[in-house]
Design a protein around this ligand. Sequence first.
Ligand code: BGC
Length: 497
Amino acid sequence: MKAPAVLWFYCVLFLRNTNALSNHTFPTWFKFGAATASYQVEGAWNEDGKGENIWDRFTHRNSSRIKNHANGDVACDSYHKYKQDVQLLKQLGVDFYRFSISWSRILPTGYPDQVNKAGAQYYKNLIKELKANNIEPYVTIYHWDLPQPLQEIGGWLNDKLVDIFAEYARTLFSLYGNDVKHWFTFNEPRQICYEGYGIGEKAPGLKLPGTGPYKCAHVLIKSHAKAYHVYQENFKEKQGGKLGMVVDTDWYEPATSHPLDREAAERTLQFRWGWYVHPLVFGNYPKIMIERVARRSKLEGFEVSRLPTFTSEEINYIKGTFDFLGFNQYSTSLVKHRPEPEIGIPSYDNDMGTFIYRDPTWERGASDWLYVVPWGIGKALKWIKSNYGDPEIIVTENGFSDHDGTLEDYKRIDYLQSYLSSILDAIHEDGVKVTRYTAWSLMDNFEWYSGYTEKFGLFHVDFQSKHRTRKAKKSVDFYRNVIKSRKLNKCNSKTDS
Ligand code: BGC
């Protein structure tokens, strides 16, 4: 089909679906952004004094675990092309850019002994360029790229990282805090701990399914709390910023209305989201996690629970360490009751003890875990509001992947439109305090173990060209229209092309 025919067809498709589209308007205080992460876009992996990190090591030494043996050595080359990136953001008309800082670019060994001037300057330049274009910098302190020397001492399994991380965070607050008013300590701690230290699919690739994820999470949560206190005590008054953590979860829908399936879905939410957010809001892990891991650990012959415990001092220290909750969501899963898994190999999955799957009739993205279920995000937002004290929520990531990176990305538009619609309804009809939305991602980039085979970008990047040329996809027009009009329009994709 030629382009206009495709557009017409697409618009008619939407007209059929308009009932489902929210008529509400995004309030004036609502802000829009786009996101990336250092390892996924920057490249320049060993330039200007940057140290090696665990993703450099993982991709170089275990290249067979990444699709097509890809790595982030060059990625989108944003280290050299950041001015172009800011122009892309400007073209979108976003209010903010959420990017992450590469720890080993600032502190090459990971330890806060010496700041690498060139690395620090890179982010100064990026922030300056953003501000000059009226785009607010939103900074993720840690998006998965731990300096390799810190992995040598055990990485997130070592309690020493609590102080080391807090000092790294302090370095960033001092360097950039006058300009940065939104800080995110960790991006998706579950992926760091479960995939990095449990099933080993992400760096550092450790397979310790029954203990690794819990120990890692324990250290991360304490590190987050310490960074929060460092900010509160030394910077907050002068800099006036806000700080939170970014936690991801699917929405977990009970497969049937049977009480056991409902219980299983709730338990899954507690193991996935509650694991991190419960401590931040209430000071400790969800009761169901504490009970189940303790019970199973005992039957397995452990003297103490595999889930570490917080002291009462730690509980008080951790409780309330957030100004907002960062929330990443892409998809939804169905959950069924699973008879208690046999006592055998200890694992986080057996501790959770639920059966998780997707409805095969749901529309899919390129990533095997990404199903298009817009109502899921609305349900999740309501669930967070009612279970975690009605916090401010920033949707820190949401987006759609395809394999071909097509410029005519109508499926992405459809996805974004329907998820935004669900968010709008959650704000207006359920009073959920969602204040910001962030599209993942600004541009196609290195998608972890999938290499460059799953593309989430609003902008296409030509990875065959040494210039890493960026080109707008149709979704750029769509998102720009939403931001400008502050509402959803069934033919948004057509009107501004
Ligand atoms: C991560 C991103 C990733 C995206 C799509 C999130 O899990 O924060 O780094 O690229 O989802 O998989």
